[in-house]
Design a protein. Structure first.
Lengths: 219, 208
């Protein structure tokens, strides 16, 4: 299935929303949604890291892991194309290491270059390494925009668009949830349901609302 | 010394899903049917037990062979070491599953590679296996894995029963039952786990 850029954006933000439809990134969604400020910070940090991680993992997959004509084994070492190693099975290990290293670098870089930005995003960055949304979007891109180890048409652009739009979708529901939970603090919730249980039920209701977007025809 | 407590604490008292709220993403995503839930549970048990074993052995090896200086520097990079160990076992699960259980592998989808970032596994490696002997670590992994599987199956039970009227392909509620489609769709997962957590809290408060 080939999507246009705009369709992909709508799909990633609303229809296949990262949290409410795909169930990725639930830990920050439940953990950091108690206040509006921190929700905005976390959303921005996740969007940023998601896009960057997708970029890096796509390059790695295309030029190193997958046996394509662009593989460095073919281009640089002149291995015959039928002998180029298929390293796609190393995907999980390579991706998680790259993401962990990348987050470290981003943290150090931001700390050095922009202390203000570091103050806003800094504390969320270490939390992001083990956030399944980041590895999730990287794996999802590979699953969607590669077929049998070969990149589909416009694979690179689509990867970046999907990563960025998924991050926006994540930020959107995180902010909505934070708004609801700030009000919920004042509500008279039955005692056993205070805290996490009622947050899950609110998330369920939000998910029902987002289900409405599935009726949109994007074809 | 290893004791029965290492095994049983993960099942009820420190249940990773219901008590500690860890590993939520796979819990909600793959609990559409009992079949998927058990498949995921077995995969997590395998990874958890193997990584706990290796981490515990590795730490013992470091303590026996390295000087104090070396131990200090190893301590700084222990999390990346744990992640590599876990990722290797996840890759094994990924390959075995797609070779022998293609249908299950298809329906679990990206949640198999995502076992790597399941906080239960890294949490047990860091919090238990790195400080405890091998046998206790194996029991701990088994217990936590079973606790995860039980929680997953409990959620899947409610969702599959109400959402389709079937359990494991057997019709339970009769042909006149109108399935609540919502339960199989994403909102059902949030609602079921919210109600379970609330119910558990209520039971606990009554016991006191």
């Amino acid at each position: 299935m080939e999507y246009g850029i705009f369709q992909l954006i709508i799909l990633s933000i609303f229809i296949n929303n990262f949290v409410l439809a795909r169930f990725l990134g639930l830990c920050p969604y439940m953990g950091v949604s108690k206040q509006l400020d921190s929700a905005v910070g976390m959303g921005l940090a996740v969007t940023f890291v998601m896009t960057l991680a997708s970029l890096v993992t796509w390059l790695l997959y295309n030029f190193f892991l997958a046996p394509t004509y662009q593989s460095i084994f073919y281009v640089v070492f002149h291995t015959p194309i039928d002998k180029v190693p298929d390293l796609t099975f190393l995907r999980t290990i390579v991706f998680i290491l790259v993401i962990a290293a990348l987050v470290q670098f981003i943290e150090m870089y931001i700390q050095k270059v922009s202390p203000t930005l570091y103050k806003a995003l800094g504390i969320y960055l270490p939390l992001i390494t083990t956030n399944c949304a980041i590895l999730g979007v990287a794996v999802l891109n590979i699953d969607m925009f590669f077929k049998d180890g070969l990149p589909l048409h416009n694979s690179f652009i689509h990867t970046l668009v999907q990563a960025f739009a998924s991050g926006v979708g994540f930020t959107l529901v995180l902010i909505l949830m934070a708004g609801i939970r700030e009000k919920l603090e004042l509500a008279n919730v039955p005692k056993p349901f205070r805290g996490l249980p009622i947050a899950f039920i609110v998330a369920g209701l939000m998910s029902i609302a987002f289900l409405g977007f599935a009726g949109m025809n994007v074809e | 010394m290893a004791s029965l407590n290492d095994l049983t604490k993960g099942i009820l008292k420190e249940n990773p899903v219901f008590r500690l709220a860890l590993g939520l993403c796979p819990t909600l995503a793959v609990s559409t049917s009992i079949n998927n839930a058990i498949g995921m549970g077995v995969a997590v048990i395998f990874v958890l037990v193997s990584s706990n074993t290796i981490v515990s052995l590795l730490m013992k090896l470091f303590q026996k062979t390295l000087s104090e200086e070396g131990l200090k520097s190893i301590n700084k990079i222990r999390i990346p070491i744990f992640i590599v160990v876990i990722a290797s076992f996840v890759t094994i699960v990924e390959m075995v599953m797609s070779a022998y259980f293609p249908a299950l592998s298809e329906s679990l989808g990206i949640f198999i590679p995502l076992i790597v970032v399941n906080c239960i596994i890294l949490g047990r490696a860091e919090g238990f296996a790195s400080k405890n002997p091998v046998f206790a670590s194996i029991l701990d992994g088994l217990g936590m894995g079973l606790g995860f599987t039980i929680a997953l199956t409990a959620i899947a039970f409610a969702r599959e029963l109400l959402g389709s009227g079937h359990l494991l392909g057997v019709n339970i509620l009769g042909s006149g039952y109108q399935p609540v489609l919502l339960m199989i769709l994403p909102p059902g997962a949030f609602l079921v786990i919210g109600l379970y957590l609330g119910g558990l809290n209520w039971l606990e408060s009554r016991k006191k």
